[in-house]
Ligand binder design. Sequence first.
Ligand code: NPW
Ligand code: ADP
Length: 512
Amino acid sequence: MRRVPGPSPEPLFLASATRLIEHDAAAALPAHTLMARAGTAVAELALALAPHARHVWVACGPGNNGGDGLMAASRLHQWHRTRHTGTQITVTFCGEPDRLPDDAANAWQQLQASGLAVSEHPPEEFDLAIDALLGIGARRRPEGRLAEHLQQLRQTSATVLCVDVPSQLDGDTGAAWSNGGLPRTPPGPRHTLSLLTLKPGLFTADGRDAAGTVWFDELGIQPPTATPDARLFVPEHATPTRPHATHKGRQGDVIVLGGQHIDLNGASMVGAALLAGRAALHAGAGRVFVGLLADTQHPIAWDPASPELMLRQPDTLLNPTLLAHACVVCGCGGGEAVEAVLPGLLEHAPRLVLDADALNRIAESPALGRQLKQRRQRDAVTVMTPHPLEAARLLGSSTTQIMGNRLQAARTLSETWGTVCVLKGSGTVSATPRLPPLINASGDPALATAGTGDVLAGLIGAALAAIPDNLDDETLLTTVATAVHRHGLHAEQWSQNHPGRPMVAGWLAAQG
Ligand SMILES: NC(=O)C1=CN([C@@H]2O[C@H](COP(=O)(O)OP(=O)(O)OC[C@H]3O[C@@H](n4cnc5c(N)ncnc54)[C@H](OP(=O)(O)O)[C@@H]3O)[C@@H](O)[C@H]2O)[C@@H](O)CC1
Ligand SMILES: Nc1ncnc2c1ncn2[C@@H]1O[C@H](COP(=O)(O)OP(=O)(O)O)[C@@H](O)[C@H]1O
């Protein structure tokens, strides 16, 4: 058993793939072995998390997830009885013993044999609860007694250990079945022990709040050889050091086009482009040019906080020779003015990061959409960085639909447009056609503040500017995901060093 994320990427499997893996593993072992191992792993983690618990509630459901709970309860009961700890175990069961699947029915018999009786009601007080109500077999919104137990688990400030998947969560998507009006953040510590495989839903959408700290036990099975459905991404390689004999022209140029001027319609978005530019600069780009859009009557000629940025009239930056050697970040605060520069960029920029208003304009314009699709045929590199609302506009759907299946949304976006798609939010998903998407393992709610997306676009721009041409899809995806990870890591460092204090995007940009 180990804590996740570790030092390297982790394969993630949907419920359908997990069932095949479980089927193959179970066929090679004596009956009920996997569930016995699962119960032992749950009991061991429960003991490690709350070694001095006086009262443990094991909430079991009607299927094999409940079977894991029943098995864990037997183990805990034996352990405490042998050591005379006085710890009380209360087991509740929402289901019908006669309808339990085979493995769980065996766990039920073992519980009966252990002498531990099943209770009608949860205990009034407990210091540890084990959520074994529903796992990957959850198919609909819980109701009745099971829903009541689930509600109690969600409201308690005691430690909760979820077996395999938190019962309110879809393990494939990370969408919660319903939060019943409860706050999204649980009031007490939450842990999830994922069994046999890691599930993508634990790491994106509502998953991180519901799952808390994630642990993983392979149940003694060799890592699956099947291609995973996604990967939990952490970078494996340290950032390469620069050779001594280098100069700024070799570090890559970034061109930022965005930041609509206040003169256009009374709403300035200049800050967004400057944030992207600063982030690119601090991330190591050799030179960063910023073209502020519709900046005609009172042009801004320099950024006092980052005098290294080179501000230029956008027209001068649309020069194909300049574009050929740069990565362009387009859209941050671009407003409507961005539409004028998009056709030229889509045609001539070999490396392009499309953010915010660039994406909104493409969503509205079939002609721009066609131009975007043609880029892949020319091997031009394009990264789109939508947040869920921008993704919904691009797919003609709603944010609820996007959040209902973020992996699928990112995949569809990347396949539709032939780009790398970075679908932002808790557990950012980076996808490219034909490869398993990557779910970012870093980041925290400190990022939920204006301008952090602009910073991310700048970081990705700097990363793309620094890599050689003609990279394979996997290296490209990893390069983008590494920038996403770095962005999240800075936020985590802020939160560690300044607990409770809000982070601002300007600080994030300066971390590079
Ligand atoms: N077999 C093994 O060796 C291993 C198994 N493992 C464990 O098995 C888990 C998967 O077990 P599972 O397939 O039985 O599904 P599970 O999550 O228990 O739920 C299905 C039951 O819940 C019911 N149900 C569904 N939704 C409901 C709702 N909203 N409200 C109420 N009821 C609802 C559904 O009823 P039905 O829809 O069929 O009427 C059915 O009875 C997996 O997550 C892991 O923990 C691992 O330890 C590896 C080894
Ligand atoms: N709760 C959160 N947890 C992790 N990352 C988050 C969270 N909220 C926002 N982010 C990240 O912050 C950034 C916000 O981007 P975006 O919404 O485009 O902001 P803006 O347009 O203001 O720059 C994205 O990288 C997103 O993934």
